[in-house]
Ligand binder design. Structure first.
Ligand SMILES: Cc1cc2nc3c(=O)[nH]c(=O)nc-3n(C[C@H](O)[C@H](O)[C@H](O)COP(=O)(O)OP(=O)(O)OC[C@H]3O[C@@H](n4cnc5c(N)ncnc54)[C@H](O)[C@@H]3O)c2cc1C
Ligand SMILES: NC(=O)C1=CN([C@@H]2O[C@H](COP(=O)(O)OP(=O)(O)OC[C@H]3O[C@@H](n4cnc5c(N)ncnc54)[C@H](OP(=O)(O)O)[C@@H]3O)[C@@H](O)[C@H]2O)C=CC1
Length: 480
């Protein structure tokens, strides 16, 4: 069994689909094939500009057969790459000959481990639909759940779980540390206390879930012992009932946060089967708690579980190293999205975070870059890699993060300017030598485009002093 194509893209997440879409636009007469192990793929829809270079969008699930015309599809799993002879082999034994290959195989949840294999089944991660169904199943009989980690998933779950006692264990001194600073964390916590809503039944479906990965088994095409689809889409938690057994708590109790803490030991209680957790706090003290299971929201592990004839060069974080054209070290092999690590000399206002904005940008960049190589053209890296931008929702608030929003890699050589209106907005500017280097905008601030311009233009803001965030001055007008 063999098949030929010019461009082979592996992975039906946002990176893979964006790459394949860019290829059919740039090279309409070439054959583009998307190989993915799940019949449900993810693509970007309703793209709305929030500023000049910043967009928000919905992530749509669709059946792989419904992808745009020009993209051939195969549901199967990549198991081997022979890059010198330009072919791959799939789990079903299909050999696909390609001219250019792009690996967009995403990531898997990086789970906390105690090394005690017998407890492994009590620690779960969240990545795709199957993993949420597993969470739901366990919640149904749970009284206490421990969430470990302080990033995107932990922040979402701490906000969304109800009818269950939530123990949130974090290494840091404040919540949601991968995205915000201590001030913004306090803003969220106050808002949550003061504007707490009574428990509401979760909306049954949202408009973005056009195709559900919860199709009856018979209607799904899947490969491997466990289907592992693409990462979940925005508002994923609104499509599932994330309630516990309700036995221990009523409604939406605020989570109990254990700051500056790490798990030291886990034991299973012989009688109840519950887990007894010993935490070690940074000051050396110990604390015990019990829970039914642990959600390990501790980051992403790039996924490349296929072999290659020559070794792929990997970064320290396990991602496949790519240059500014998304090329790996193997000839004619590219990579994009969560599976790759940006190994180029980065612009002063950009850094990598494994987010769907970047999956989309990298996928599209890889597609354009492969097309240019095929046509013998020279292209340059897209402008989107000049400025980090992320639009999201945290604790029910719209959030825009720009540039080095948490002073990332600026050492101690920067100043912060903050404006906060309780339960309404939190604005933080990160300034270095009088220039805006990054910003956190929480609430409906309408400042994204102004901040984007100020960061990219390197405008000297020293003459304006603290007025730059004076609520009586419209800074949008100031810099028009
Ligand atoms: C719960 C959750 C919430 C999130 N929320 C946000 C958010 O609010 N905002 C945000 O910006 N980001 C969010 N993210 C991150 C975002 O989803 C990812 O960064 C993005 O989806 C990565 O896209 P990708 O295409 O690189 O990888 P994936 O979506 O993981 O897709 C990889 C694809 O490759 C396929 N594949 C893997 N191996 C093989 C193989 N050997 N053969 C064939 N196919 C294979 C998989 O089946 C899958 O289709 C969230 C992630 C999670 C888990
Ligand atoms: N709204 C959004 O934009 C959302 C984005 N996402 C994305 O999805 C992906 C997966 O999310 P998530 O799993 O939350 O990953 P994140 O990378 O966002 O966060 C991981 C968190 O776990 C902590 N951590 C890592 N190892 C340990 C450990 N052994 N013990 C305790 N804490 C640990 C990290 O701390 P440290 O950094 O100090 O190592 C960090 O706080 C990420 O790419 C994330 O950006 C997910 C949900 C929502």
């Amino acid at each position: 069994m063999s098949q030929d194509c010019t461009f082979l893209v592996v992975g039906g997440g946002i990176a893979g689909v964006s790459c394949a879409e860019a290829l059919v636009i740039c090279c309409p007469s070439a054959s583009v094939l998307l190989l993915t192990e799940s019949s449900i793929v993810k693509s970007v829809t309703n793209l709305v500009p929030v500023a000049r270079y910043l967009h928000k969008f919905d992530v749509r699930e669709q059946n792989v057969k419904d992808l745009r015309a020009g993209i051939g599809t195969i549901v199967d799993q990549l198991v081997h790459i022979n890059s010198s002879e330009h072919w791959v082999r799939t789990k079903a034994g299909l050999v696909i000959k390609y001219r250019y290959l792009c690996l967009c195989t995403g990531g898997a949840a990086k789970l906390f481990s105690t090394g005690q294999t017998e407890l492994g089944a009590r620690i779960i991660g969240i990545r795709d639909t199957d993993s949420v169904l597993e969470l739901q199943r366990r919640l149904a009989s749970a009284k206490d759940v421990l969430i470990l980690g302080n990033g995107g998933i932990a922040s979402e779950l701490a906000h969304e779980l109800h009818d269950v006692k939530v123990h949130w264990v974090i290494k840091d001194g404040h919540i949601s540390a991968t995205f915000v600073d201590a001030g913004a964390a306090e803003f969220f916590q106050l808002a949550k206390q003061e504007t707490a809503q009574p428990t509401q039944a979760p909306a049954t479906a949202i408009k973005r879930m056009r195709y559900s990965e919860m199709l009856p088994k018979g209607e799904q095409q899947e490969v491997g012992e466990h289907k592992r689809g693409a990462a979940l889409g925005p508002d994923w938690h609104r499509s599932y009932d994330l309630s516990g057994s309700g036995a221990a708590s009523a409604g939406r109790e605020l989570p109990k946060v254990y700051y500056k803490s790490q798990i030291k030991q886990i034991e299973q209680l012989p009688d109840s089967g519950a887990l007894c957790i010993t935490l070690r706090h940074d000051d050396g003290s110990l604390e015990r708690l019990s829970c039914d299971f642990i959600v390990s929201a501790t980051g992403v592990q790039p996924r490349h579980d296929y072999d290659t004839d020559q070794q792929l060069q990997l970064a320290e974080d396990g991602g496949i190293n790519v240059d500014e054209m998304m090329r790996t070290n193997l000839g004619d092999v590219y990579a994009a999205g969560d599976v790759c690590t940006a190994a180029w000399a980065k612009a002063p206002h950009w850094f990598q975070m494994r987010l769907w904005t970047q999956a989309r940008q990298m996928g599209a960049m890889a597609g354009r870059s492969m097309a240019a190589a095929h046509e013998g053209e020279t292209i340059y890296q897209d402008f989107c890699f000049e400025l980090f931008g992320h639009v999201t929702q945290l604790f029910g608030f719209p959030v825009v993060l720009l540039g080095r929003f948490n002073g990332q890699d600026l050492g101690r050589d920067y100043e912060l300017l903050v404006r906060c209106t309780r339960n309404k907005e939190y604005i933080k500017f990160v300034l270095q030598n009088g220039r805006l280097r990054g910003a956190i905008l929480i609430g409906d601030t309408d400042l994204a485009e102004t901040c984007e311009n100020l960061i990219l233009n390197g405008t000297d803001l020293t003459p304006y002093g603290d007025d730059i965030l004076n609520p009586d001055i419209d800074i949008e007008d100031y810099f028009d």
